[in-house]
Design a protein around this ligand. Sequence first.
Ligand code: PLP
Length: 418
Amino acid sequence: MGNSEIKSRGERYLFNSYARADIALLQGRGVRVWDADGREYLDFVAGIAVNALGHCHPRLVAAIAEQAGKLIHCSNLYWIEPQVLLGQALVELTGLDRAFFCNSGTEANEAALKLARKYAYEKGQPNRYEIIAMEHSFHGRTMGSLAATAQDRFKGGFEPLVPGFRYVPFNDLSALREALSPETCAVILEPLQGEGGVYVAEPEYLKAVVGLCRERDVLVIFDEVQCGMGRTGAWFAYQHYGVRPDILTLAKALGGGMPIGAMLARQEVAEACRPGDHGSTFGGNPLACAAALATVQTIREEGLVENAALQGASLRRRLEELAAEFPFVRQVRGLGLLLGVELSLPGQPIVRACESRGLLINCAAGSVLRLVPPLVVSRGEIDRAVEILREVFSEVEAGKLPGDGRQGEDKPCSRAGG
Ligand code: PLP
């Protein structure tokens, strides 16, 4: 089937829950993907920060094939060797003490929210149930994670949501200080907000948040579902700040493309979770964990955290050059290979124009182009991506881009992703 046949069947048989491009991707290799009509693209979406090793990295393919031939699934009623090894690897990388595995980012956050409440309960403080989250946050789409998500566009039609959540502006310490109450059990935040528009926590702010929470005996949950696993040029974004959370959530790049999420916690907090308190049929299954273990090993052995820092700096420099050249580029933000280009016009027409020239990018919060290429990306691939962006920006400048949206509605265009 070609792109249009796949699309028309999809429109007939699938839920209309994603705003999709007219592209069906069939194959990938490294940073490149090919659609059903044989067109090649540079993939700077990478499954939205998932394909850290690029597509079909031989080590990941081999690890999945080997594990699939041994044991694909077994219950958590039994010990699972790859899960134990992955837990050990993540504990060693994070400086936290224990790991719990699930299947996605929203589930990792769901587990974290439950753990925070259970920890307070076990300490004899059952009235400490409130969780403070940040404006522009995105934590997922299940009911608890959705309640922690402070963006109305994801919530409409799903009320009533889980009670006990409050929201404060990101990077505003006094707002947090005022919001903390004797009922607060945890603060959840993304050190680098992705879906909300690529906003980075300021260094002094993040340090002060952790200090304030320790002072008030409030748990700190860092959601690194999008920014973790080397993407920002450190294994975890919090490591840029010299702080450590009580609970950390991961997913996306963790399995290199296999669905897996994780929650890590320090010992005393993890102890609040007892047998039966939380679980998942598929969470931490042998196949997903073998893939994640291979992903972690490959990131380490191929120096991909360092590559993310190096290529990220080069991509950022090039994007800043574009910002200086084109007045409708407001700002370039981000860390490592999680970069956002904020525009003064809607981003979606630019995304579509890039696609037609062979570059996949996406758009967060209406007008922020988000670039999250695989961590294996090379200088040459970055050069080509920037060249395409420059061509598209020049067309916008010349008023040539059809439906460039200057008069258009500033629709949130990341509803499809996340
Ligand atoms: N948390 C953050 C920071 C995310 O960016 C996302 C997804 O974009 C999620 C949680 C939800 O992850 P998932 O889609 O795997 O449930």
